[in-house]
Design a protein around this ligand. Structure first.
Ligand code: ZN
Length: 520
């Protein structure tokens, strides 16, 4: 089994912000989850560096476009470790290997008869780097996304014969109803296809900042085609993923066939399992991308998942974070895990939703500190206090085992459909179940006198096992917190193989420091 997940490549002209962090975090959760399943995983992110906006900004700054791209790409590269993203590779579209591969694939598209010369005239948004159809222009000739005035552009181009793919795309959408999710996005893409596809420019004539067109030196490829191909080209020159990203000694195992060092990863990982994108780039991914791959005779990706926007209007001010949910400030004060948890917990993945610093702090306190943090602290503390840190080797409580039955399977099914918020909620219900179990069993009472000793053993073993199970399942969402808990439980293995309640080994337990301390 192999699993290949991508984020969009981020346009270097902007600074990294919460939206970039959000997509990368979601992709990371999926990558880590599949590594837990013992699969060979490849997780790709990177930067989109060509096109007019970069050339314009470089000119304005009086530097070469490559210089600007180098500088800005570093900021995106630095984002990944800050949010604990475990990407296997960071692609830049100015990589020579990417550019060569783009030329190779698009030459094939031309050889296959899908490229012709023509003149294009239309309304163009330089920020989108895209021409707009008549029905998607806002009043005042404005871009519906950027709200800036569009410019009338005419140029001699090579065209990609997108219109010729209408029937094949309709057929694709009919045969594979899970090609695009959520359903609203599938319907949106489908109705765009049904409304009739027009041919689109494949090259830009006047621009020089891009991948040169091999058959005509006066053109560069249109930045979108260059960018989309990153998902495919990366596999031709990225190093073999480490595969050992699982924490702990006993993790994972059988990660499928492993290519020799330096070998092309395409065969192992293509087609991509999931492309994660935001809805503003739906058309490129749901229509242009599959059409381009069909034209190049390359297998289509399995799934495209479109997440919503994080909305920050009507922001309530928080005590310590001010009123802008800035990922870097949150990470500095509360750690990457808290941000990762909050974003996937607060807004159902796939929908738009509001985020705010006030609701962040509320969830941090009520859920991370008071529910998970408290469960972890008191479980480890009680094993230390009542059993001197040595966990009794008895069976777990059958009622709790019942409440946990099927959880691992359920989480796998949900993550398979990119339902990351629902999966997280399923796990969180068990965190709450364990806290109720503590209250029901009142171990501090069982510890008084000898009558309750056997039951106390069962309760402690059940709590430790429950804490271990939820921590393993939470690892993709909150890797460093989960690792700290598992380490205190003497059970560092995060593979899902033995994530069921009662399957953990009995190991010495030590007291855990508070996982989510109150912010100073
Ligand atoms: Zn625009």
């Amino acid at each position: 089994m192999s699993f290949y997940v991508t984020t969009p490549i981020y346009y270097v002209n902007a600074a990294p912000h919460l939206g970039h962090a959000y997509t990368t975090i979601a992709a990371d959760v999926m990558a880590r989850h599949h590594r837990q399943r013992g699969e060979a995983v490849f997780f790709l992110t990177g930067t989109d560096e060509h096109g007019e906006p970069v050339a314009d900004a470089a000119r304005a700054a009086g530097v070469a476009p490559q210089h600007l791209a180098d500088e800005n790409a570093q900021r995106f590269k630095a984002l990944a470790p800050q949010i604990a993203a475990s990407n296997d590779f960071f692609i830049r579209t100015t990589d020579a290997q990417h550019m060569a591969k783009v030329q190779e694939v698009l030459s094939r598209v031309r050889d296959n008869g899908f490229v012709y010369e023509g003149t294009f005239e239309g309304w163009y948004c330089p920020r989108c780097a895209d021409f707009k159809a008549e029905n998607e222009i806002d009043p005042g000739n404005r871009c519906p996304i950027h709200h800036i005035e569009l410019t009338r552009e005419q140029e001699e181009n090579y065209f990609f014969a997108l219109s010729g793919f209408q029937e094949r795309l309709l057929d694709l959408y009919e045969r594979r109803p899970d090609f695009v999710a959520p359903r609203t996005r599938y319907n949106e893409a489908l109705s765009f296809i049904r409304s009739g596809l027009r041919d689109v420019p494949l090259t830009r004539h006047r621009l020089t900042w891009g991948v040169p067109v091999p058959w005509d030196s006066e053109h560069v490829f249109y930045v979108w085609f260059d960018a989309l191909l990153n998902y495919y080209t990366a596999l031709s020159y990225a190093p073999q993923p480490a595969g050992a990203a699982l924490a702990g000694a006993g993790a994972g195992g059988g990660a499928g066939p492993v290519a020799a060092p330096g070998a092309d990863l395409t065969e192992q990982f293509w087609p991509a399992s999931y492309h994660l994108i935001a809805k503003d780039i739906l058309r490129f991914h749901a229509i242009y991308w599959p059409a381009l791959l069909l034209a190049a005779e390359i297998e289509l990706p399995e799934h495209l998942f479109v997440h919503g926007y994080l909305l920050m209007e009507g922001e309530k001010m928080s005590k310590s974070l001010g009123n802008v949910l800035d990922p870097f400030t949150v990470i500095e004060r509360f750690g990457a895990d808290a941000l990762r948890f909050y974003l996937l917990r607060e807004v159902p993945f796939g929908q738009d939703g509001s985020v705010s610093t006030a609701s962040f702090e509320q969830r941090y306190e009520s859920e991370l500190a008071n529910e998970l943090g408290n469960l972890a602290s008191r479980t480890t503390a009680m094993v230390v206090r009542y059993r001197d840190g040595s966990l009794p080797a008895c069976d777990v409580d059958a009622r709790l085992a019942e409440d946990f039955a099927g959880l691992v399977q359920r989480v796998c099914e949900l993550v398979d459909r990119a339902e990351l918020t629902t999966a997280l909620d399923a796990i969180w219900q068990r965190v709450r179940r364990l806290n109720r179990y503590v209250e029901e069993q009142a171990p501090w009472r069982l510890a008084q006198g000898d009558d309750g000793a056997d039951q106390l053993d069962v309760v402690l073993r059940t709590l430790a096992e429950g804490l271990r199970c939820v921590s393993v399942l939470l690892w993709p969402y909150m890797p460093s917190s989960a690792e700290r808990v598992l380490d205190a439980l003497g059970a560092p293995d995060v593979s899902l193989q033995r994530a069921e309640l009662g399957e953990g080994a009995v190991a010495p337990v030590r007291q855990l420091e508070p996982l989510f301390p109150k912010a100073a």
